[in-house]
Design a binder for this molecule. Sequence first.
Ligand SMILES: [Cu+2]
Length: 195
Amino acid sequence: MRLTFLSGSRRRTVATAVLAGLLTAGTLAGCGGKDETNSGGGTSPAPSATTAAALTIKDPWVKASAAGEMTAAFGTLVNGTAADITITAVESPASPMELHEMAMKDGKMVMQPKEGGFVIKAGGTHELAPGGDHLMLMNPAQEIKAGDELTFTLKISDGTTMAFTAIAKPFAGAEESYAPGHGSPSGMPMASSDS
Ligand SMILES: [Cu+2]
């Protein structure tokens, strides 16, 4: 299986090369030549994703679930740049998506949309894990079976994106209840309600 996020460091190298190229171009004005601005089919996006190229995710996975049942994607985001990266949204063909955090509401931990998105500090990591921040699949169109590979696209505040593939696996936890007022999920059992 090919995981696009694995190429992060290579793309970072490319980004560095592009930057070096710009500097060189400034010095050798007019050596223009063949860069990638017009190569090939024209279907690939502009090669400007320098920030996204340095954002990677380790061990991405999705909790297997039934069609129409909320579930979530996890992994460890790694910021390889010298600047903070803010993830403002996430998309997937598999489901409408939201960025979620866990928060205390009325004495209970519930999940809710993360105001302002996820911030990954310069050179730092940001864990997405059951019981913490996660990428929420609000309403998967189809059953997500163990072994399925789902693609996700993270949207970054500078306008770039970062796509990755996560594999589905069974998991008994991550059944947090949803904060009231954001649309209530019937059939989302509460992990621990001992109040
Ligand atoms: Cu959630």
